[in-house]
Design a protein around this ligand. Structure first.
Ligand SMILES: [Zn+2]
Ligand SMILES: [Zn+2]
Length: 140
């Protein structure tokens, strides 16, 4: 297996999303590129106001990696990328960016909720509210 030559092209397009060609990264420190902004615009309509609704900053979302998600250079053309699973160029199932980002946003939202719940519990403990509550289950 030989990696596709990174010298010729700087970035690749997989299902309308841009990644660095060398590493398949949407955000790559080695290539000094961040394609998230451009990619977000591509799915802006599909995302709608979801980012606002979830309190999730799309600009700061986890960068995707096309190669990790199974993108491989299509045999017949250098510029197309297909999925490993279905051998489909720009596979809408494997490279369903909107769903991937939505899922991530939902997880972030749940994490945030969990954190705030935990924090408020911590605050209650610190303020001594919880210790003032009657102890339950003492008789059982
Ligand atoms: Zn890179
Ligand atoms: Zn696929």
């Amino acid at each position: 297996m030989t990696p596709s030559s990174p010298s010729k092209i700087e970035h690749i397009i997989v299902h309308e999303f841009m990644f660095c060609a060398a590493h398949g990264d949407e955000y790559c420190q080695r290539c000094c590129c961040d394609h998230r902004m451009v990619n977000n615009v591509t799915i802006e309509e599909e995302l709608g106001d979801m980012s606002e609704f979830l309190g999730f900053e799309v600009e700061e979302r986890q960068p995707l990696n096309a190669y990790v998600l199974g993108a491989v250079a299509a045999l017949h053309t250098e510029e197309s990328y297909q999925c490993e699973k279905h051998k489909t160029v720009d596979c809408s199932k494997c490279f369903d960016w909107t769903s991937i980002i939505k899922r991530e946003a939902e997880e972030a939202e749940e994490g945030g909720r969990w954190m705030s719940k935990r924090n408020s519990l911590q605050e209650q403990l610190e303020s001594g509210v919880l210790t003032a509550l009657p102890v339950q289950g003492a008789s059982s």
